[in-house]
Design a binder for this molecule. Structure first.
Ligand code: R5P
Length: 311
């Protein structure tokens, strides 16, 4: 059974880098767009193959999810033997519960939609919540970019830097960074008021006089990072901060917000294509070698071990 890499529109640069790493050609997938917004993908020769469909579901999340579903269905109908959805950024994962009555559990709805395509496996990177695994009918491999970003951080942060979780949900991630960087964790307690506005309420732990390395799974509008930076400064942190996040969604007004803060460097990965919108202060570290490694191991039936997230 041959390994085949098929990319959706949002996954093309990453898929190209993965195929280069694996030394194989990408399998063509043409996505036709209709004037009303519908998409119709056509995949080439996946019959009998071990197919990996690469499509992060970043902005615009809705259309990228639909495109992913249609490509998975197309691969199944074209006779693929085994199909793995490689969704490095899994949009809707933040909707893992209802925060008030009348809402949906969006993560589960999207997980069910993906399962309905009869996909064999899902691969994600630093999902917003590990609870995603329990929401999915198919096996889920949760990879982490923490070692990649921690390696990049190691060379550039002062030895007295402290890792900061900008909200309670980021504590596990922060602990993983701290163990890689040999430091401790301080936590900011935050409340989300709207999709673009958050309020930081207190800092748990001592940050006085120390440089902060703020880590999160994603930067979307930058509200969480802005609130964390301002609160850390109020608590005496050194005005020399570094931010690391796996997913750089960087939707408006993230860039304006981040530019106005005393942040020396922002590190993200390429789970979201940064080629066009990346501000100069953002360094992008590729996860393509890790995804290529994971795909190679899955193809050969080997364990993913150290590539997996620690829960
Ligand atoms: C939320 O809990 C996430 O981990 C991120 O902190 C959040 O989604 C980032 O969004 P924004 O940049 O819009 O504050």
């Amino acid at each position: 059974m041959k390994a085949r890499i098929v990319a959706g529109a949002a996954g093309r640069p990453l898929a190209a880098a993965i195929t280069t790493e694996l030394g194989i050609e990408p399998t063509a997938c043409v996505v036709e767009r209709f004037p009303d917004g519908e998409v119709r993908p056509t995949v080439a020769c996946v019959s009998g193959g071990d197919v990996y469909v690469v499509q992060p579901t970043g902005p615009p999340a809705g259309s990228h999810v639909v495109e992913l579903l249609l490509i998975l269905d197309a691969c199944r109908r074209a006779g693929a033997d085994r199909i793995t959805a490689v969704v490095p950024y899994f949009g809707y994962a933040r909707q893992d519960r209802r925060s008030r009555g009348g809402q949906a559990v969006g993560a589960r709805v999207v997980a069910n939609a993906i399962a309905s395509t009869k996909v064999d496996r899902l691969v994600v990177v630093d999902p917003h919540t590990p609870a995603l695994e329990a929401m999915c009918a198919m096996p889920v491999e949760m990879l982490t970019a923490v070692p990649i970003l921690a390696h990049a951080l190691r060379a550039s942060i002062p030895s007295d830097a402290i890792v900061v979780a900008p909200d309670l949900g980021a504590v596990k991630l922060a602990e993983h960074y701290a163990s890689q960087l040999g430091t401790r964790v301080v936590v900011v307690r935050k409340t989300r008021e709207t999709g673009t506005r958050v309020r930081a309420e207190e800092v748990v732990g001592n940050i006085r006089g120390r440089p902060a390395v703020i880590v999160d799974d994603m930067i979307s509008t930058g509200g969480t990072i802005e609130a964390a930076v301002r609160t850390l400064l109020e608590h005496g942190a050194a005005p020399d901060m570094v931010v690391a996040a796996t997913h750089g969604l960087l939707v408006r007004p993230a860039t304006d917000r981040l530019d106005a803060l005393p942040i020396r460097r922002i590190l993200v990965t390429d789970t979201i294509d940064q080629r066009e919108k990346k501000p100069p202060s953002v360094d992008v570290h590729s996860i393509a070698p890790m995804l290529a490694d994971a795909i190679g191991r899955l193809h050969r039936g080997q364990a993913l071990d150290e590539l997996l997230i620690r829960t």
